[in-house]
Design a protein around this ligand. Structure first.
Ligand code: FPP
Length: 238
């Protein structure tokens, strides 16, 4: 543990909730409920390790295609978590942020998110970034719109001429958040699934075979240990 290289930012695709439930002959929503507990444990573990940013993929733009019952349950689960976890967020000094679009979310949920981000904005221990109604391609399109918004054609041209990856970073939902050093995906799937497309260009990936509800603190430490062994070259030489 002592020699672990701790990533500044870990991002996680919490996959396998449905299959976890299916294996136990339970409705899929039970997998999400258990997955929420795992999210809390992993947040605490990251905080203890000294990770400064943890991004959790809670709901993708594509997840609206799921049955209404499941979508509604996930939304309620998030709403409920915001209320029930507030004391925990305060005690553990966790700052909550969100990335993704508010389009399609209920007014109530939007209000609760705003309140939580405001109430936790001075917390310094760890930043918990919840990717909610998030899709990487849409984020890039929205960033281009932001870049052009309110500008004259000449100003747009000037902005585009001077554009660098570092400047573009500032238009993304993740402006101010460092790129993830490590991306973890559970349930053995090796797919990006439209997650942090721009930001994960040089991230190290670790895929765990476990379903998200079974993922433990020890599995997180194993993933960090694997990351520690990697030799990040960013396209250069060692
Ligand atoms: C993917 O598993 C998981 C989701 C779409 C939802 C993840 C949400 C939570 C764990 C809720 C709590 C989160 C926070 C931040 C409070 P899946 O349903 O795609 O599983 P499957 O591939 O086995 O069907």
């Amino acid at each position: 543990m002592k020699d672990l290289k701790i990533p500044q930012h870990i991002a996680i695709v919490m996959d396998g909730n449905g299959r976890w439930a299916g294996k136990r002959h339970l409705p899929r929503i039970m997998g999400h409920r258990k997955g929420k507990e795992t999210a809390r444990q992993v947040t605490s573990a990251c905080s203890e390790l000294g990770v400064k940013f943890l991004t959790l993929f809670a709901f993708s733009r594509e997840n609206w295609k799921r049955p209404k019952l499941e979508v509604n349950f996930l939304m309620k689960l998030l709403e409920h978590a915001i209320d029930s976890e507030l004391e925990y967020l305060k005690r553990e000094e966790i700052r909550v942020m969100t990335i993704g679009s508010s389009e399609g979310l209920s007014e109530r949920l939007i209000r609760k998110i705003r309140r939580t981000t405001e109430l936790t904005k001075d917390h310094k221990r760890i930043n918990l970034v919840v990717a909610l109604n998030y899709g990487g391609r849409q984020e890039i399109i929205n960033s281009i719109r932001r870049l052009a918004s309110g500008k004259s054609p000449e100003d747009i041209q000037q902005t585009i001429d001077a554009l660098t990856p570092e400047v573009f970073d500032g238009y993304l939902d993740t402006a101010g958040i460092p790129d993830p050093d490590l991306v973890i995906r559970t349930s053995g799937e090796m797919r990006l699934s439209n997650f942090l497309l721009w930001q994960s260009s040089y991230s190290e990936w670790v895929v765990s075979p476990k379903f998200w509800p079974d993922f433990t603190r020890e599995d997180l430490i194993d993933a960090v240990a694997e990351y520690s062994e990697r030799n990040r070259r960013y396209g250069g030489l060692r």
